[in-house]
Design a binder for this molecule. Structure first.
Ligand SMILES: O=C(O)C(=O)C[C@H](O)[C@H](O)CO
Length: 341
């Protein structure tokens, strides 16, 4: 039977100018949907897992469009709650070369931002579930949503469900101090932590000894140090750190490291030309959860997750639309992207 994974967060309408147009130039905006945890659910459904996404969306047609965007990939939307006033929106201007991408949120007062603990029955949602995933974006929506997250974490632990969290710090949603306080409480329930060195520093003030995290150029020892400090502080079973070296807005080196409490496993390093970076971290999370639930060895786990995420960077939209086979081919191949016939 397919493993059952529950993800919890906000799905938004994503509005973006075509190609690399700036906002001021655009005369139309393309509409797609996305959100950290929804993106993870799509990855997992594409890998054949039983993935359910939990959120609250308004009862009107735009809320339904968000639901449909997930259904088309086979994500279970049956626990989604209908109500509230609006679907959150984010505007995305894609960067190019030395001009970075820009995100503008228009999500205040969304159905999900106003959700409360009364909206969700976690006992029912977690029936038969193997894994629960959320990111730091969800509790950042407000104290009410952080309270739902805490309730979900406690319910998951009571049922012996593995909990993963991607720290995903969003400075447009909350301060570092508030993030540290709320995430510190939630991380007590987390088994698998996904982070990058910037998140670890922003949320928990964890820095690798003697390195400057803002430069994005930690050495291997620096990444190991960050992962170990995270695991030591919260008792995580596993910490996965993504390693991004930016060359320009569209060209990055991409790799990751997994720490399982004993050893450190570094993946291959991929030079990527980026088509769409949004959702790149979520596709890594999806790959990691799939690998853990499938029982891959640690090295294979990190190779699968990073290859999955590498492929996502070549795909338009938030969702990673690749199969297990495609990820395996990249993870086991030479990374050249040669045509497959
Ligand atoms: O930034 C957010 O809150 C989003 O959910 C938008 C994107 O889907 C997300 O950043 C991708 O991780």
């Amino acid at each position: 039977m397919a493993k059952k994974v529950i993800t919890f967060g906000e799905i938004m309408l994503r509005l973006a100018p075509e190609g690399y147009y700036r906002f001021v130039q655009a005369e139309s905006l393309g509409a797609t949907y996305g959100g950290g945890e929804a993106n993870v659910a799509v990855s997992l459904a594409n890998y054949g897992m039983d993935a359910a996404f939990v959120t609250k969306v308004p009862k009107h047609e735009i809320g339904q469009c968000a639901v449909n965007s997930l259904r088309r990939y086979g994500v279970d939307t049956s626990y989604m709650v209908r109500g509230g006033n609006r679907l959150g929106i984010y505007f995305l201007e894609k960067g190019a070369s030395q001009r970075p991408s820009k995100v503008i949120y228009d999500r205040a007062g969304s159905s999900m931002a106003e959700a409360t603990t009364a909206d969700f029955n976690w006992d029912e949602i977690f029936e038969g579930a193997d894994w629960f995933h959320f990111t730091g974006i969800t509790p950042a929506l407000g104290d009410n949503v952080a309270a739902v997250c805490l309730e979900a974490c406690k319910a998951a632990k009571a049922k012996n469900i593995t909990v993963s969290c991607d720290l995903n710090y969003r400075n447009k949603l909350w301060s570092k101090e508030k993030a540290g306080q709320v995430m510190g409480q939630l991380c007590e329930y987390v088994d698998v932590c996904i982070a990058n060195e910037e998140d670890a520093s922003d949320v928990f003030g964890i820095k690798a000894a003697g390195t400057d995290v803002t430069s994005g150029k930690l050495n291997h020892d620096g990444y190991k140090d960050v992962a170990k400090q995270l695991a030591d502080r919260f008792g995580f079973q596993k910490v996965a750190i993504t390693l991004r070296e930016s060359i320009s807005a569209n060209d990055n080196m991409w790799a990751a490291m997994l720490y399982d409490g004993n050893d450190y496993y570094f993946s291959k390093k991929y030079p990527m030309h980026i088509v769409d970076r949004v959702g790149g971290g979520d596709s890594f999370g999806g790959g990691l959860i799939y690998s853990c639930l499938t029982g891959f060895e640690p090295q294979q786990t990190i190779e699968f997750a990073v290859a999955a995420s590498c492929l996502k960077h070549s795909i338009e939209g938030d969702f990673n639309q690749v199969s297990v086979d495609e990820v395996m081919k990249l993870a086991g191949g030479d990374g050249s992207g040669r045509v497959q016939r």
